[in-house]
Every structure is written in structure tokens, then in C-alpha cells.
Design a protein around this ligand. Structure first.
Ligand code: NDP
Length: 308
């Protein structure tokens, strides 16, 4: 059978879309590898509106539970399944190929999220969650009164540094280039704080420690000199990699692989395909925004299916 809609991805965007699709009685196939948005690794999410604090694992369970409660006979849930290719056949129906099968749908919502770009230097893997973290708002308070570094030079790095200044003894930004990528005003404001330091044109080479991080070795690219600083926490903010490879050639992506969307409707450059959440080129990526974007898309998809 050809479904009205295929929802790809089981984070907050995909699940919000699934709940709305069921309520709007849109015959839907929901395909997800798992129920985690990026927050599953969080110790505690404190900004999911309506819930003062929830662990990442419980957040994933509550998303799954919400969709299963209302899926009824409208939303078929296929979990443990990854989309490998999305294409369009000659009569305008979309073909969704996965590691388990092939499905067809009249409309598609892509909500496959993104993965954080990982630090790939000696010791980085060993000390992940043992001093190396990818989330200042989740883990910042654990580093109260300690010296920490933030690796990266974009807006995320500076926003993380700004958050950490509230708790930490000192925050040092380590950036691989001479120029920061973050907005000039943000850089200026953050660097004004006397607890804040910045090292530019440096290459992180090694993370040191015993059970937990105790230091970091970097190379000064101007002089070639290797130096070590003592730190307890390392916050990595070196961008993210959207999960969009399977769309290549079908929809327009930014140079970083994010899906170009119309922010009013979440439609993509290909009629019949919408996208929501971290896989899109939306300026801000948050759980609440992902869910809201998906609801916006569902409103538009409903109109599309009933007026075409
Ligand atoms: P960006 O891609 O903007 O920046 C990533 C930074 O990490 C760059 O400075 C880059 O260095 C560095 N980097 C990349 N790969 C590596 C690596 N392997 N090792 C070391 N450093 C590396 O990502 P962000 O997450 O900061 O931002 C993503 C988007 O979201 C941007 O468009 C940003 O403006 C936006 N954003 C906006 C906010 C706001 O407006 N409030 C808040 C947060 C994000 P280099 O410069 O040398 O390439």
C-alpha cells in the first residue's frame, strides 16, 4: 500500500509529527532507528517545557510512550530501521528504502536529526563522560569552581562558554583558526568576562588524565610549540553533522548537509517533502523547536494532502 505520509526519525520532531498525524487521521508509516533525539545522553533535561527535569533516557521513553498511546490504526511504527535512500518515482510517489524494506508514500517528513561532530584526538574517546562533554547546559553545573576549556570557535562554543562562566572558575576557548566563526558582538561580550580566556590558532593534540580528565595538550600553530594546560572539564563544540546522506540529489542541502527549509511551513525545495528539527538549516536547534517545527510541517502536510 502507498501511505499518505512517511515520517523518518524518532526524536522530538518525528514523534510530535506522529502524534499529530494520528490525530489528523493521516495514514502514516513511521520509521526510526531508535527513540533518541540527541538528548538521550543528557543526565537531566531541564528545558523541555512542562517537565522541570527529566533524564535523557526517560525523555526517550516518554516520546515513545506518547506516540504509542495515540498511534492507533493510523500510524504504523517501524523501529530499529534505518532509511538508506529516498527517491521519487515517475508518478510522483516517494520511495523510502530502508535496511529492512521498501515503502511508498505521497508525502515525506524528514526528522532524522544530527550527530555531534566528535573530537578525534588521542584520549578523547577514553574520557568521554569522564570530563569530556558535548553539552554545557546539561553538564555545566557539575564543573562548579573548576577550570574548563571549550573547544571550537563558532556561536555554539561562545554560547557554551557564556553559560559555563556562571559556574566555573575559568573558561578557556581553544580555537583551531585565527578568526572566530561566532558573531563579533557575541565574541566581544563573552571575552570581556575576566574569568574568560581564549587561545587561537591552536590544535588540540591529546587529552590527559587518570580516571577523569586532568589536562590537555595543544600545539601553538604559530610557533609549533606544544603546551599543556590543567583542566577538569572539556566542552566540545565543533559543529554537528546532519543525518541527511540518504536525500542526496533529491532535495537541496546547505554546504554542511542541512536541509534547506521554508521556516513558515518547513517545506523543502522538493514539493511533497518537509523537514523538521536538527537536520534542517533552522538557525536554532532545540528539542522544543524540533517539536514545534514538526507540528508546523504537519499542518502544511495536511493541507497538501487534502488539496492536491
Ligand atoms: P559552526 O560550524 O559554526 O562552528 C564550528 C566550529 O568548530 C568552527 O569554529 C570550526 O573551526 C570548529 N571545528 C570544526 N571542526 C573541528 C575539528 N575537527 N576540530 C576543532 N575544531 C573544529 O558550528 P556551531 O555549532 O557553533 O553553530 C552551528 C550553526 O548554528 C551556525 O550557523 C551558528 O551560527 C548557529 N548558532 C547560532 C546561535 C545563535 O545565533 N544564538 C547559537 C548557536 C549556534 P573553523 O572556524 O576553523 O572551521
Amino acid at each position: 500500500m502507498t501511505y499518505d505520509l512517511a515520517i523518518l526519525g524518532g526524536g522530538p520532531a518525528g514523534v510530535a509529527a506522529g502524534v499529530y498525524a494520528s490525530r489528523k487521521r493521516i495514514k502514516t508509516i513511521f520509521i526510526t532507528r531508535d527513540w533518541q533525539g540527541q538528548s538521550t545522553v543528557s543526565e537531566g533535561i531541564e528545558n523541555w517545557i512542562g517537565t522541570p527535569k527529566i533524564s535523557g533516557a526517560d525523555f526517550a521513553k516518554s516520546l515513545e510512550n506518547h506516540l504509542r498511546t495515540y498511534a492507533g490504526d493510523m500510524v504504523s511504527i517501524n523501529e530499529d530501521e534505518s532509511v538508506t535512500k529516498l527517491s521519487k518515482n515517475t508518478d510522483g510517489v516517494f520511495l523510502i528504502e530502508t535496511n529492512k524494506g521498501l515503502y511508498t508514500a505521497k508525502a515525506v517528513l524528514i526528522a532524522t536529526g544530527s550527530k555531534r561532530r566528535k573530537l578525534e584526538v588521542s584520549g578523547a574517546q577514553k574520557f568521554e563522560h569522564k570530563g569530556i562533554t558535548y553539552c554545557a547546559s546539561c553538564d555545566g553545573p557539575m564543573f562548579s569552581d573548576m577550570d574548563v576549556v571549550v573547544i571550537g570557535g563558532g556561536n555554539s562554543a561562545f554560547e557554551s562558554a557564556a553559560q559555563l562562566l556562571a559556574y566555573c572558575k575559568s573558561v578557556t576557548i581553544l580555537h583551531r583558526s585565527a578568526e572566530f566563526r561566532a558573531d563579533e558582538k557575541t565574541v566581544e561580550k563573552v571575552l570581556l568576562n575576566p574569568k574568560m580566556h581564549a587561545l587561537r590558532n591552536v590544535q588540540v593534540e591529546e587529552i590527559k588524565g587518570d580516571k577523569f580528565v586532568s589536562g590537555l595538550v595543544y600545539k601553538d600553530k604559530d610557533t609549533g610549540e606544544k603546551k599543556e594546560i590543567a583542566v577538569s572539564g572539556i566542552f566540545v563544540e565543533i559543529g554537528s553533522v546532519p543525518t541527511t546522506e540518504f536525500t542526496k540529489g533529491l532535495i537541496e542541502l546547505t554546504e554542511n548537509g542541512h536541509i534547506k527549509t521554508d521556516p513558515r511551513t518547513q517545506s523543502t525545495t522538493t514539493p511533497g517533502i518537509w523537514a523538521a528539527g536538527d537536520c534542517t538549516d533552522g538557525l536554532y536547534h532545540q528539542n522544543n523547536i524540533a517539536a514545534g517545527d514538526a507540528v508546523k510541517a504537519l499542518e502544511d502536510i495536511y493541507i497538501h494532502l487534502h488539496t492536491k
